[in-house]
Design a protein around this ligand. Structure first.
Ligand SMILES: [Zn+2]
Length: 184
């Protein structure tokens, strides 16, 4: 078993975390509730700091950081994976991440700000981007009521145009054309 990270060894016992990430999640949520504003923090054996606090608007913020930034691409890749692992096991994948992993990191610090579940569950209309989706998954696009009606009307109109076009074509076809003369 490898030695613990010096940042872990140098941390007071009450802030060292050696249990599972599932247990850590419970402890973070409890700490954020009990010590609002100040929050709670722990250092894990491999040296990552994990902290959670509640903002004034009661949204919780999870902070994951390391004292020292990696010096190689490989090191940064490991950091991105580490952030993803924490996000998954601490169940903050729907929260707002800053900076986003795709933007790249300047230092080993990332914040996850709570997004309430009712905000996550209300996707917006893919057309107007304003109103909530009426029947999610029912149509090709997820639309609000107004846009669904509008799209329905457009489709009816398109079908009418198509039918008019087909009628015009079949009329043209039924008109007898003079037969070409045979060259025999
Ligand atoms: Zn809409």
């Amino acid at each position: 078993m490898p030695d613990n990270h010096p940042d872990f060894d140098g941390t007071p016992a009450g802030h060292r975390w050696v249990q599972s990430l599932g247990e850590l999640r419970k402890e973070l949520l409890k700490g954020a509730r009990q010590h609002q504003g100040k929050g709670v923090w722990f250092i894990l054996p491999h040296g990552a700091l994990v902290a959670m606090s509640s903002r004034e608007d009661m949204r919780r913020v999870l902070r994951i950081a390391r004292r020292e930034s990696p010096t190689s691409d490989k090191g940064w890749e490991a950091w991105v994976r580490e952030v993803q692992t924490f996000a998954k096991h601490l169940e903050v994948e729907g929260w707002t991440q800053t900076p986003d992993s795709s933007e790249g990191f300047q230092k080993c610090e990332v914040l996850f700000t709570e997004v309430y579940s009712d905000e996550q569950d209300e996707p917006l209309c893919s057309r107007c981007k304003k109103a909530p989706v009426a029947d999610k998954g029912k149509f090709k696009e997820d639309l609000c009521v107004a846009c669904a009606i509008e799209l329905g009307n457009e489709e009816i109109h398109q079908k009418q145009l198509q039918r008019q076009k087909e009628n015009a074509e079949s009329t043209a076809r039924s008109t007898p054309k003079p037969k070409p003369k045979k060259h025999l």
